[in-house]
Design a protein around this ligand. Structure first.
Ligand SMILES: NC(=O)c1ccc[n+]([C@@H]2O[C@H](COP(=O)([O-])OP(=O)(O)OC[C@H]3O[C@@H](n4cnc5c(N)ncnc54)[C@H](OP(=O)(O)O)[C@@H]3O)[C@@H](O)[C@H]2O)c1
Length: 271
């Protein structure tokens, strides 16, 4: 199998995770190039087996796939300098949060473009990404994009770009919601008399176990919850308290706020 040549523009946290994942999947290091102004970041990319360069244009010279992995705040300038070096047939994949396809096409011209929203567990190859392809992306390029994001977790296609705001609200910001619940459960466990270390380990392992059950079981989360909630039991006492406090409505309101903010940021960053 011939692997596409991949050029990463920016060799920060996310690019290095993707490079590590691709190498682990068996993509040869000579097919991966990474450019970054920082010598330390280039050394990290080299240590993973990729070819590290300082010049962005040199990175994408003969690439099949160009991954824009710089911060949203600098992406406009990076695109403006890359535009002259891009060749027809190259696929551009942007992982920059809040940068729309319209903005990228405005800065780069008529390109085959995949916009995606990964999340931080990608650093442990346990991420999930929402992907949107513009109309110029071929079936082969879709496969290339999916294979690339699959190197750090699950990759799910979206039919409409506007759904990226919902993905941001659910999985992009999602790890922080679980961290908040973990924090609150540890504090509550301590109030009930557990040593902090014990409350922490009980909570973290419970989160991992529940997530694995939800993923691996053939029934949905609601059914799993019903199965561990006996009438008049301890779990029911807690769940009733959550629901009396408006838990589901609060979660819906929080995710709506995140999606709204994602759309607002895209509007500001795209100017
Ligand atoms: N981390 C996440 O969990 C996550 C989740 C979803 C989306 N994303 C998106 O992924 C992108 C990268 O995030 P990150 O966390 O990996 O950021 P990061 O660690 O800051 O990586 C960006 C890298 O790009 C380098 N850079 C800056 N200007 C450049 C230029 N002109 N040409 C080439 N490289 C340049 C930076 O160098 P300097 O530090 O020297 O400026 C840095 O090493 C962002 O757009 C972010 O929105 C990240």
């Amino acid at each position: 199998m011939t692997h596409p040549r991949i050029a990463f523009i920016g060799a920060g946290n996310m690019a290095l995770s993707l490079i590590g994942g691709l190498i682990a999947q068996g993509v040869p290091g000579e097919r991966i190039r990474a450019s970054d102004p920082g010598a330390e970041q280039r050394a990290k990319a080299s240590a993973l087996g990729a070819q590290a360069v300082e010049d962005n244009a040199a990175a994408l010279a003969d690439a099949d796939v160009v991954v824009l992995a710089v911060k949203p705040q600098v992406i406009k300038g990076v695109c403006q300098t890359l535009k002259a070096s891009l060749k027809p047939g190259q696929l551009v994949i942007s992982i920059a949060a809040g940068i729309s396809c319209a903005s990228l096409e405005n800065w780069l011209g008529e390109i085959a473009l995949v916009r995606c929203m990964p999340n931080t567990p990608a650093l442990l190859r346990q991420g999930v990404s929402g992907l949107y392809a513009n109309a110029r992306v071929s079936a082969e390029q879709r496969q290339q994009a999916e294979q690339l994001l699959s190197a750090v977790g699950l990759a799910l296609w979206l039919d409409e770009e506007s759904l990226i705001d919902a993905v941001t609200a659910v999985s992009g910001s999602g790890p922080a919601y679980f961290f908040l619940l973990i924090e609150a459960m540890i504090a509550a466990g301590e109030q009930l008399g557990l040593p902090r270390e014990t409350a922490t380990r009980l909570t973290e392992q419970t989160a991992l176990g529940a997530a694995r059950m939800a993923i691996e079981s053939d029934v949905d989360a609601a059914e799993l919850r019903r199965r561990v909630t006996s009438p008049a039991g301890t779990t029911e006492a807690a769940i009733k308290t959550f629901q009396a406090g408006g838990f589901e409505a609060l979660v819906a309101k929080a995710l709506e706020a995140a999606a709204r903010r994602s759309a607002e940021l895209a509007e500001q960053l795209g100017r």
